[in-house]
Design a protein around this ligand. Sequence first.
Ligand code: HEC
Length: 111
Amino acid sequence: MRSARWAVLALAASVLCAVDAQADGDAVAGKQKAYTCLGCHAIPNYNNVYPTYRVPRLGGQHPEYIVAALKEYQRGERNHGTMHAQASTLSDQDMADVAAYLSAAPGPDHK
Ligand code: HEC
């Protein structure tokens, strides 16, 4: 299993250039899984269908924070209908993958 994990990391690194070696998630898989998220969570160079809709920026956020927030929405510890619905559909692996992708995406400092 260990070598499989390293193969995944190597693949992610080759695609993204910058990959957090601590991350358990697969950023390449996360890019597919994060597709719906990006409609609301604006990341520079992605289209936001709601330009005036205020949502937290996720690009460049710490992966641990993203996973923790998603689990809180899923368990109802954070009370938000939309994000509860989003988080309910995600497995732990989905969350790790999405977090790995989003944390490697451009943060607020990139324009
Ligand atoms: C329909 C719009 C919408 C979609 C789609 C959406 N979100 Fe959100 N998200 C929001 C809003 C609005 C908030 C702020 C909620 C609050 O105030 O707690 C939020 C909050 C969050 C937060 C907490 C950020 C913080 O700084 O505390 C995370 C993490 C998050 N979303 C991840 C995701 C992921 C991952 C997906 C895709 C699976 C996703 N969201 C899809 C609207 C959306």
